[in-house]
Ligand binder design. Sequence first.
Ligand SMILES: Nc1ncnc2c1ncn2[C@@H]1O[C@H](COP(=O)(O)OP(=O)(O)OP(=O)(O)O)[C@@H](O)[C@H]1O
Length: 290
Amino acid sequence: MLQIKNITKKYGDFTALENINMEFENGLYGLLAPNGAGKTTLIKMLSTLIFPTDGEILYEGKEIVSMDEEYRNLLGYLPQDFGYYKNYSPNKFLMYIASLKGIETSKAKARIKELLKLVALEDVADKKMKKFSGGMIQRVGIAQALLNNPKILILDEPTAGLDPKERARFRNILSELSRDKIVIVSTHIVSDIESISNEIIMIKDKQLLYKDRIENICQKLHGKVFEAEVDNSEIIEFRKRHLSLSEKQEHKKVKVRFICEKEYDKSWNLVYPSLEDIFLYEYKDDVIGV
Ligand SMILES: Nc1ncnc2c1ncn2[C@@H]1O[C@H](COP(=O)(O)OP(=O)(O)OP(=O)(O)O)[C@@H](O)[C@H]1O
């Protein structure tokens, strides 16, 4: 088990995260928050790239910084800006990373073969990466993070720049990996993690807002999310009264999905809240890119 205990991180006078507590067992955790909320800060502390100002992180009861190499051997990390050599093939690149990680050549060869199969890159194993799509490069990134067969896999915004098909493939790979690992995926894109996460973590105002299953988080807006058709001439006034979540032109009117926290009109349709509704509601005062 991985445990975050009373973590605070300050950059000089600026507090990025304050008194964060949470625990992780095997499974997939979606770390979901708008840009600047502190996702990378949290992930870098979990990867021992930066250190908490206060508090500690424990793996199986041991403090991770003092575990040093023992912890790094348990960890696989895919950073936001994953650096690779475009003139290398996946095979050559992964051999190079394996040697940096001190993995014996014969073991590395077998492991790389297995990983390239897992990420569906066997056919291009010896092709230079310069012609690869963003999704293929990210899959090489996952393979490098998995070289040491980590127990904890951390991925920082792994789907940035991927097309929908590549995103779907990526989700499937992560879901499979989470069977016997702690997989933590940071993103500000709800649909990337909604279908695969066992739990969602949200950070707001430097603190932990939620760490829970999606259905429990969605309970917060139960009975408050509606859909209705509104005349185009009335939509500006409507938006002043209710938080509009999405709008679509339909039957010469605006079909609006919105939140109403007070008395509601019987002509509206009550709908089940989604994780995206929660995200838009919780971060309504932030500038968000969904
Ligand atoms: N080295 C640093 N020095 C000062 N402030 C920092 C530093 N790193 C991050 N911050 C600030 O801490 C806050 C959290 O940043 P962080 O990068 O963790 O956010 P994020 O949620 O990962 O966003 P993004 O997806 O844009 O990276 C931001 O306000 C950021 O400006």
